[in-house]
Every structure is written in C-alpha cells, then in structure tokens.
Design a protein around this ligand. Structure first.
Ligand SMILES: *Cc1c(COP(=O)(O)O)cnc(C)c1O
Length: 458
C-alpha cells in the first residue's frame, strides 16, 4: 500500500484506497442507478455548498482564539473517513466487529492515562454532554434519593441533566478564580443527603482546576461519590508529571481515586465532533444498564458496548479515528499528544505573562490550562464590559488582521476580590477570553498580545 505522507490530501486519498481494497474482497457490486447523483444537480449543490461553507470562522488558524474549536488532525479525519465509508455501528459486535475492538483499545489507553483501575468500565459517547448524563444517571441509580452537588462554575449541563433525571442538584459557589468552594461542599455533605459531588478538571470558562486532591477527604468522611468532569482538561493529565510539570500535578493524580470521569476526545484529543468518553472505576455499574429487548442482535457471549451505553447506535468511525490518532500521537508527555498540549500550555503561560506587563490590559486570573482571560484597564465594570464587547466585534470585523475572541461574564463579587481597584457599578461584566487550544498559538503569542492591545486601544 502507498504510504501517505501525513498531509491531508494524501491521507484522505489513502483512506479511500483502503476502503476500495476492502470492498474488492467481496466482489464487484455496481451502485444502483437510483443512488447515482444527477451531474447537473450535483454540480449546482456542490457550488452552493461551497458558498455556505465560507461562512465559518478560521477555526484552524491561530487568528481563531475564541471558543474551544479546532479541526481534527488529518490522521483522525482519514481514520474517520475510512471507517465511516464502511460505517460500522459500535452498538453491537455484529454491527462493528473491527471498530468495537478499537474502541476497547482506546478506552484502555484513556484508563491508563488517568491511572484508573484496570477493570474500569467505559465507552465512547457522542459528546461530553451525553457522557456526563450517563455519569449522573449512574449517580442517581446508586443513590436514588440523594442530591448531586456541583459548583456554579461547572458546565451548565450538570444542572440541566439533573433536572432531566429528576435529581435534586445543588450549585455551591466557586472561588473567584473559578474552583469549587470545598468548604461549601463540606457544608452540603454534612447534611447527610449528598450522593455525588461533581468536580471539574478544567472549567469551560477559565480552565480552572478543582482541587480534586483535597476533595478526596469528602469521600472518606461523608461516603459521597466523586464524579470528575474532565471534558475539557482531561488530556492535560499528560503534562502533570515529570521534573517540570506544566500543570498542577496533585488534582490530576487524584482522578485515579474518583468514581467516574468524563473526557472529550473531540476537544483536546484531535478528533472531529462526535467523540466523548465516560469511565466508571467500578465495573459492576454495568448491571444498571441491563435490559432485555426482543430485537437486539447480540449473538455472542462477549460484552457488546451497547450493553453498557445509554446510546444505542454509535459511530464506529469515532473509535477508529481516535485509535488511528493515538497510534500516531500517543498519550505521552514528551511525544504525541503531550507535545501538542505542552505547546498550548506554554502559549497560554507566555500570553498571560505578556499581558501581566501590559499598560492597557489586566489579566483576570493566571491561566491554569490554555485559556487566557483579560480586560481593558478601565475604572468600572460598565466600561470594562463595553470595551470587551467592542474588542470582540472589532477583532472579528477587521479585514486585514482579524482576531476571533470570545467573552466571559464575571460577576461583581469576583471582581471585588481579584481586582479591588475596579468600581463595581454593575452586577457583572464581560471580559475577553481566548482559548489557545492550537499548538500554533505558542508562536503567535506576541502577535496576539499586540492585537489585543490594539483592539483595547480602539
Ligand atoms: C465542553 C464541556 C462539556 C460539554 O461537552 P460537549 O462535548 O460539548 O457536549 C461538559 N463539561 C465541560 C467541562 C466542558 O468543557
């Protein structure tokens, strides 16, 4: 077989060749004429489609530092394409014999990365939302009449999914730098009706890391379960050891003692959308999924992933893409995915340091991962809010040198603690947030800082 060179065109062509070779093994099968597109209609649709696609922001480019968005690595795209053309369904081994095996391997890799027990049970999901839903569902099944506690800085999905599940959820405050307030969690646990505490390893707003290491004591004292939402930050585990860890090691090391973990390969795992994961340290939770539908096509005694998942049909292509990616970019600190994340982390540290010396901008908090936040040096929240909104709009509208940012709403009490000089004349203000989740951002920090300054100057 021709070896693709790692570039996208070569890899996508190699995916097509791989599938064509597989198809040939079964003899020729001409497509039914009804499935062949009319050339004129196709040409028109394709042209129209091209125009519709122009509307997107340049997610691939360092200019895009807005939300948690970037394209998949070409290796993931090729793995996805090849498997998707075959289209296995990882619901059952009969639906995706090959890709189910790949899914088990990538799960073992994720379990190994977090240092969770070898018998950890888990599977891929279509998103972090569904993965968290599943973890909260298991939390409810194990403690049917108890509350779930999360922080105000936790992803909004937790409050919403608890409502969906009919579980009482309590949001405790987060500290001004975005971490769960563990004293407040203790107070809740002391009431005796808390079943599970949700901890966030890398909050969506600030990339804040909850002190999971300190939360372990709650588990001992109050017999609560701990669920870690590491949808965004999970892969930074790779940077948490070595002589110079790039992230605070203790909270990451503590994940191995928690009950369930969610991580999103479609965020920092180089994957296209449609790839989350949920892991349960106690494999006996599998019993909660038991069902006996008359139409399942489970034909073997081996465990089918559909037997331990709330979702039924799932793209085998997602498992294939992640598996192929991890062969090429392994879950290691100094190589593969670790090297990519390290560049993002260094970029954020560097931009944070440059902004700390800025005369026009103030960093909001020191970045813990790769999300950098700042605001214009203005006297009041009202002024800060309007300058942030203007920076967002001007950055995006600039024809020659655009910069795509995002905004984060910060409430007045956090400002009073972190930035006491600012007049809190409003309940909250929007500040500027940039997610440096592309390694290319590492070498764009001086440009980024200069652009931010220029935008703040107006
Ligand atoms: C993104 C995110 C989610 C939601 O995951 P999706 O994959 O977008 O559904 C949940 N929790 C955290 C911390 C996140 O960053």
């Amino acid at each position: 077989m021709d070896e693709p060179d790692g570039g996208r065109p070569g890899l996508l062509a190699a995916a097509e060749r791989l599938v064509a070779a597989w198809e040939r093994r079964f003899g020729s099968s001409e497509p039914h004429p009804a499935t062949v597109p009319d050339p004129a209609r196709l040409a028109h649709a394709w042209e129209d489609f091209g125009r519709r696609m122009e509307d997107h922001y340049p997610f691939f480019h360092p200019r895009y530092a807005g939300q948690m968005l970037k394209p998949p690595n070409p290796v993931a795209a090729a793995g996805y394409l090849a498997a998707m053309l075959i289209n296995p369904n990882n619901h059952a081994l009969d639906g995706g014999p090959g890709t189910s095996a790949l899914e088990l391997e990538v799960l073992a890799a994720l379990v190994g990365m977090f240092g969770l027990p070898e018998r950890t049970l888990g599977h891929l999901t279509s998103s972090g939302t569904i993965a968290n839903l599943e973890a909260l569902w298991v939390a409810r099944e194990l403690h049917p009449n108890k509350r779930i506690v999360h922080s105000q800085a936790a992803h909004y999905t937790h409050a919403r999914m608890c409502k969906l599940l009919g579980v009482q959820a309590s949001a405790v405050p987060s500290t001004p730098d975005g971490r769960i307030d563990l004293d407040a969690v203790s107070d809740e646990c002391r009431r005796g009706d808390v079943g599970t505490v949700v901890l966030t390893l890398g909050s969506t707003g600030l990339g804040a890391i909850d002190r999971i290491d300190q939360a372990l004591a709650l588990r001992e004292r109050y017999d609560v379960r701990l669920h870690v939402d590491a949808a965004y930050g999970g892969f930074f585990t790779l940077l948490a050891d070595g002589s110079e860890p790039l992230v605070d090691p203790a909270p990451f090391a503590a994940v191995r003692a928690c009950d369930s973990v969610v991580v999103d390969p479609h965020k920092h795992g180089l994957q296209p959308y449609g790839c989350g994961a949920v892991l349960f340290a106690d494999p006996t939770v599998a019993r909660l999924y038991r069902h006996d539908s008359p139409y399942t096509y489970f034909t073997s005694e081996e465990r089918h992933l559909g037997e331990i998942s709330l979702e039924c049909s799932r793209a085998g292509a997602a498992a294939a893409a992640l598996w192929l990616t991890l062969q090429v970019f392994p879950l290691e600190r100094d190589d593969g995915l670790g090297a990519i994340l390290a560049a993002c982390r260094r970029g954020a540290q560097r931009l944070g340091a440059v902004l700390a010396g800025s005369e026009r901008l103030t960093p909001h908090v020191a970045p813990e991962l790769d999300i950098v936040t700042c605001f214009a040096r203005e006297r009041s929240l009202t002024r800060i809010d309007s300058v942030s909104a203007r920076m967002l709009a001007d950055g995006m509208a600039d024809r020659t040198d655009p910069l795509f940012l995002s905004l984060l709403t910060v409430d007045a009490p956090a400002f009073r603690t972190l930035h006491p000089g600012v007049q809190t004349d409003a309940p909250a203000a929007r500040i500027v947030r940039s997610v440096l989740m592309k390694p290319e951002h590492e070498h764009a920090t001086d440009w980024l800082a200069a652009r931010l300054e220029a935008l703040a100057a107006g």
